[in-house]
Design a protein around this ligand. Structure first.
Ligand SMILES: Nc1ncnc2c1ncn2[C@@H]1O[C@H](COP(=O)(O)OP(=O)(O)OP(=O)(O)O)[C@@H](O)[C@H]1O
Ligand SMILES: [Mg+2]
Length: 222
């Protein structure tokens, strides 16, 4: 399906293969790591020097969360602390992938119940990788992000970590997406051949172009 996309406008950031979830386990499977290293290099060499990276995709189930976990883990192996943030307040999934508690999380920090220090935790098996879950936002997920507190928090995260990788909802899917995108330096778009609908991929590219696209990760293509 990639030939349906207008690739003149974007760079292929790398190829993400199979379903390995590398940092949900203690050991690092070698399969797939090289592909994520390539994506890491493309980000490091990107002229925009992105630090806060949103991982999104045209539709549900393209592999955003899997890609965000593995990309953040690979970036952390490159040195310097990396924060993986589950920004999908309506459908949080990363805590399940990593097998850790869902609370305290972003929602609790934004509502004033918790601090960033309380929410961030080290991910086992990767010294430089930290994780902040989404927490329980309930119905008002978009409203929680629509505050100066979110912008302030994003600024603190940017200053405290080498990279911040945000697992997001699909492009333009809801108000949350817009607020998450508003603080990022760019978006990595995940597409999944055989699953991502061509029309949806085209609409996502049109919606984003030319800013803030950083590149495309082709997931599940091995
Ligand atoms: N490369 C892959 N190979 C096999 N299975 C995969 C691959 N990528 C993702 N999956 C599986 O597809 C499902 C959806 O993946 P994931 O949760 O990462 O997608 P998502 O885009 O974050 O979904 P959502 O839009 O619901 O947040 C999961 O069960 C995941 O394990
Ligand atoms: Mg997801």
């Amino acid at each position: 399906m990639t030939d349906a996309l207008d690739l003149d406008r974007v760079a292929i950031a790398g190829i993400a293969p199979g379903p390995e979830v590398m940092w949900a386990r203690r050991h690092l499977p070698t399969a797939g790591l090289e592909a994520y290293r390539t994506i890491r290099s493309r980000l490091a060499l990107h002229p925009r020097q992105p630090k806060v990276v949103l991982v999104s995709s045209p539709t549900a189930g393209d592999g955003k969360s899997l890609t965000a976990v593995n990309l953040a883990g690979t970036l952390a192996l490159g040195g310097g602390p990396v924060l993986l943030l589950d920004g999908n307040l309506s459908r949080p999934a990363v805590h399940g992938i990593l097998g850790v508690d869902a609370e305290p999380g972003l929602a609790g920090i934004l509502s004033g119940a918790h601090t960033l220090q309380q929410g961030c935790r080290r991910v086992e098996g990767n010294r430089e990788l930290y994780f902040l879950p989404a927490g329980s936002a309930g119905q008002g997920a978009g409203d929680l992000l629509q505050t100066s507190r979110w912008h302030d928090l994003a600024g603190v995260m940017r200053a405290s970590f080498g990279y911040v990788v945000i697992d997001a909802p699909p492009v333009g899917a809801n108000a949350e997406y817009e607020w998450l995108e508003s603080v990022c330096d760019g978006v990595v778009l995940v597409v999944r051949p055989g699953r991502t609908a061509r029309g949806a991929a085209r609409r996502a590219l049109e919606r984003m172009s030319p800013r803030p696209m950083l590149g495309i990760v082709v997931n599940d293509c091995a």
